[in-house]
Design a protein around this ligand. Structure first.
Ligand SMILES: Nc1ncnc2c1ncn2[C@@H]1O[C@H](COP(=O)(O)OP(=O)(O)OP(=O)(O)O)[C@@H](O)[C@H]1O
Ligand SMILES: [Mg+2]
Length: 310
C-alpha cells in the first residue's frame, strides 16, 4: 500500500482581472509507506500548493489524491496525516503545553491520552523547559519544534512537512533531520518539501523534482544519479596550443593552472578521445578522473531543462 498517490492533480489560481496561474499540472506522485520522500522545487514551483491539497486545505481543479488508499475527499482521511505548515500559525498567548492539548482535543484524544502525548512529545522535541511559557516571545527554532510536535499529536502514520528546516540554523536543521529519520524508523512515512539539497540528499529514500508545477523526476537518489554518465576531468601538461583549442571546444570546462591544462569532459568517450589527441601531440597525461555529479548539480540541470521545456 502506498502512503500517497496522486493522479493528474492540477490547480489553477484565478486572480480577478489577472491571468490564470497554473501552479500544478497533472501531478502523478507516489510515496511508499515508511519512506522519507523529499519534494524538491524552487520558489513558486508548486510545493505548498500540492501539500495544501493533500491536507484538504485547498481543492484541486482536477485529479484525485489518496492517502493509504483512501480518497482525500473523504473527511476521515484527514486523521492519517500530521501537517507542519510553511509558516506555522499559533495562538500566541497559549503555551506549548496548552497548544498540544488544544490539538489533542481536536483530534479526539481524552485527557489521559493528551497528558501522555505531552509527556512523550515534550521530551522528544525538547519543549519541557519552555512548556509553560507563552509562544509569543519564541524564536523561529522554538516555534518549529512546537509546530513539529503539533504535527505528531495523535500519532498519525504520515507526516507532511512544508519546508521543515527553512529558517533554522545548522543545529536546528540537524535536529529536524534527526527527528524525521527517527519517525521513519518508528514506522512512519514522511513527505517533506525543500529547496535545500543537502538536507534532502542526507536523509531521503526517494525524491521528486517539481519544475513550474510539473514533476520532472521521481525516484531513488542513487538511481537518478546513476542514470547520468559521469563527467571526466583530464589533466595534462605540454599540450600543443592547437590541440588545447580544439579540446576546449569539446569540453564543458577548461582551465589552465601553471603549466597544466585541466579539461572537464561530458563523458568518458570524449575524454578518451582527448587523451589520444594530447599524447599524439607529445603531451603528457597527469590525471584522468571521473567526477560523480552531486544531487545539487543534477537538480540545477533538471531545473534548467524543465524550464526550457515549459
Ligand atoms: N493564492 C494564490 N493566488 C494566486 N496565485 C498563487 C496563490 N498561491 C500560490 N500561487 C502561485 O502558485 C504557484 C505555486 O506556488 P506555491 O506556493 O505552491 O510554490 P512553492 O513551491 O511552495 O514555493 P516556495 O518555495 O516559495 O514556498 C506560484 O506561481 C504562486 O505565485
Ligand atoms: Mg511553499
Amino acid at each position: 500500500m502506498d502512503a500517497i498517490v496522486t493522479q493528474g492533480l492540477s490547480k489553477v489560481y484565478k486572480g480577478i482581472g489577472k491571468q490564470a496561474v497554473h501552479s500544478l499540472t497533472a501531478l502523478d506522485l507516489m510515496v511508499r509507506e515508511k519512506e522519507i520522500f523529499g519534494f524538491l522545487g524552487r520558489n513558486g514551483a508548486g510545493k505548498t500548493t500540492t501539500i495544501k491539497i493533500l491536507c484538504s486545505l485547498l481543492q484541486p481543479a482536477s485529479g484525485e489524491a489518496f492517502l493509504f488508499g483512501e480518497n482525500i475527499r473523504a473527511r476521515a482521511t484527514r486523521r492519517l496525516a500530521g501537517y507542519l505548515p510553511e509558516q506555522p500559525y499559533f495562538y500566541e498567548y497559549l503555551t506549548p503545553k496548552e497548544t498540544l492539548d488544544f490539538y489533542g482535543k481536536l483530534r479526539g484524544l481524552n485527557a489521559a491520552e493528551r497528558a501522555g502525548e505531552w509527556e512523550q512529545l515534550s521530551g522528544m522535541l525538547d519543549l519541557r523547559a519552555i512548556g509553560n511559557d507563552r509562544i509569543k516571545g519564541f524564536s523561529k527554532g522554538m516555534r518549529q519544534r512546537v509546530g513539529f510536535a503539533v504535527a505528531l499529536v495523535g500519532n498519525p502514520p504520515l507526516l507532511i512537512l512544508d519546508e521543515p528546516m527553512s529558517g533554522l540554523d545548522p543545529i536546528g536543521r540537524r535536529m529536524i533531520r534527526e527527528l524525521i529519520v527517527q519517525q521513519r524508523d518508528l514506522g512512519k512515512t514522511i513527505f517533506f518539501s525543500s529547496h535545500v539539497l543537502s538536507d534532502v540528499e542526507q536523509i531521503c529514500d526517494r525524491v521528486g523534482i517539481l519544475v513550474k508545477g510539473r514533476l520532472t523526476q521521481q525516484g531513488r537518489i542513487d538511481e537518478l544519479l546513476a542514470g547520468q554518465t559521469p563527467q571526466v576531468e583530464v589533466t595534462a601538461e605540454r599540450v600543443l596550443p592547437g590541440t588545447a583549442a580544439l579540446l576546449r571546444a569539446k569540453a564543458d570546462q577548461h582551465r589552465r593552472l601553471e603549466e597544466r591544462d585541466i579539461f572537464l569532459f561530458p563523458d568518458a568517450e570524449s575524454a578518451n578521445g582527448a587523451v589520444k589527441a594530447i599524447q599524439e601531440g607529445g603531451g603528457r597525461l597527469l590525471e584522468f578522473s571521473p567526477v560523480q555529479e552531486t544531487l545539487e548539480d543534477y537538480f540545477l540541470r533538471e531545473q534548467a531543462h524543465g524550464e526550457h521545456a515549459a
